[in-house]
Design a protein around this ligand. Structure first.
Ligand code: SAM
Length: 213
């Protein structure tokens, strides 16, 4: 994804430590302290501009959510949404997913969402794909036993790769749709990329996979 540099983003992020959590390592093992209510925690890795995670948090007040995004110039839009929405069950983290175990302990997270993750089609970039085996290990290190990953994409190559990666890792494939928008599934909340690509006529793939520990 091409990212437009916004030199003011860092400063604005620092003005809202209650929304984009500053020093997240201090909450490892005690994320409930960040939220009003101690309830299940779902995270979206690669949250982008935050449409999905904001609408999920609005629709599901009995779940806490954290959107995780690498780029400050992208997460700034998610921050602006959260300032407007002021949801007590949503927080953001401006960090790289490779570092998640620095910030979350085993059992801190109940579910992981991956939406329209960057496909990194070149084989030499395989390790950057958020469904690469090293990332599956990272999610396992922070999820509850039997935790789940819910994954959506319009990229057939990435979807096929990810199904193989999940399966080789020993994850149970609970649900697979090769045409999600025509599957009869109710209550789908769309991401920005999902809106854009489905409007262009692209088919949306979705799966739910579960750790068998
Ligand atoms: N999930 C959003 C959606 O569906 O509209 C955004 C999709 S965008 C293609 C993928 C996002 O993942 C980008 O904003 C990118 O910066 C972020 N990302 C990629 N690798 C990441 C990593 N290692 N840690 C955190 N965020 C990452």
């Amino acid at each position: 994804m091409r990212v437009r540099h916004k030199p003011w983003a860092k400063e604005k992020i620092e003005q809202y430590p209650q929304y984009i959590v500053a020093n997240p390592e201090q909450y490892k093992g005690k994320w409930h302290e960040v939220f009003e209510k101690d309830q299940p925690l779902h995270i979206e890795v690669g949250t982008g501009k935050g449409q999905f995670i904001t609408e999920m948090a609005r629709a599901n007040p009995s779940i806490n959510y954290i959107g995780i995004e690498l780029y400050d110039s992208v997460i700034i839009t998610a921050l602006e949404r959260l300032i407007d929405a002021d949801l007590p069950n949503l927080r953001l983290l401006n960090v790289n997913a490779v570092d998640l175990p620095k910030y979350f302990a085993k059992n801190d997270v109940d579910q992981v969402y991956l939406n329209f993750s960057d496909p990194w089609p070149k084989y030499r970039h395989e390790k950057r794909r958020l469904t690469y085996k090293d990332f599956l290990k990272i999610y396992e290190e922070i999820l509850v036993d039997g935790g789940e990953i819910h994954f959506k994409t319009d990229n057939q190559g990435l979807f096929e790769y990810s199904l193989m990666s999940f399966s080789s890792y020993g994850l149970l494939l609970k649900y697979v749709s090769l045409d999600f928008h025509n599957s009869g599934y109710e209550g789908n909340i769309m991401t920005e990329y999902e809106e854009k690509f489905s409007e262009q006529g692209n088919r949306i793939y979705r799966c739910e996979v579960k750790y068998q520990n």
